[in-house]
Write a protein that binds this ligand. Structure first.
Ligand SMILES: CC(C)(COP(=O)(O)OP(=O)(O)OC[C@H]1O[C@@H](n2cnc3c(N)ncnc32)[C@H](O)[C@@H]1OP(=O)(O)O)[C@@H](O)C(=O)NCCC(=O)NCCS
Length: 175
């Protein structure tokens, strides 16, 4: 079972008890602007998404994790992995509630999550899929050592693909 502690965050797998916290995140248009088609989810869509996350843990042994903000003991976001069957690649994703933006929390979560991916899951590479105007996200990817690889074509949008491979991760790592 995945568990990870940082200074301000406890990271763990989601459960169905987290649906209300995720409904609050997924219904915020500012938070959802660059996620998927850029539209908010209904509570039913969020609940379906949680079921997909639980299935993803079962199928792959890893997935998207809850960010519990320790000072308040509340779920303020998510960070983790999604395996894209059609690309055959592992994506790292991140999302933080608007009230908590700009405090370094996404980086605080994403850095150990990336390390977990390379060190415990033995990924050969990790990608991030980012809409070009999403500067907070591309900045975060670059801060994690990811570099622009190419533009992807999803039909309805053409996001940028960022990438870091195993060798680059271990080269950057300060022991
Ligand atoms: C992307 C997101 C997770 C960043 O969360 P955060 O906790 O505010 O990010 P951090 O504070 O850890 O900042 C990481 C870096 O990005 C920079 N950054 C943050 N917001 C920024 C903004 N709006 N514009 C430019 N840079 C920004 C920070 O300055 C920091 O870099 P620095 O340390 O060199 O200054 C958050 O904006 C979010 O949840 N957005 C909505 C969901 C989303 O778009 N997810 C990604 C889909 S690809």
């Amino acid at each position: 079972m995945f568990e990870l502690e940082t200074g301000r965050l406890h990271l763990r797998e989601f459960t169905l008890d987290d649906v209300p916290a995720l409904v609050a995140l997924d219904s915020d248009p500012e938070v959802m602007r660059y996620i998927g088609r850029g539209v908010t989810y209904t509570p039913d869509q969020t609940e379906a998404a949680v079921h997909r996350m639980l299935e993803h843990y079962r199928r792959h042994g890893y997935g998207m994790y809850a960010l519990v903000y320790k000072p308040e003991d509340v779920v303020i976001g998510r960070c983790g992995f999604k395996f894209w069957e059609e690309l055959g690649r592992v994506e790292i994703g991140w999302l933080v509630a608007r009230a908590y933006w700009g405090q370094g929390l996404a980086y605080e979560a994403a850095q150990p999550v990336m390390a977990y991916g390379f060190e415990q899951q033995n990924f050969s590479e990790i990608i991030a899929i980012i809409d070009r105007p999403n500067l907070a996200s591309s900045k975060l990817a670059e801060k994690l050592g990811m570099r622009f690889e190419r533009e992807l074509d999803f039909g309805y949008k053409t996001p940028d693909c960022y990438r870091i491979d195993r060798a680059e991760f271990f080269r950057r790592k300060v022991f």
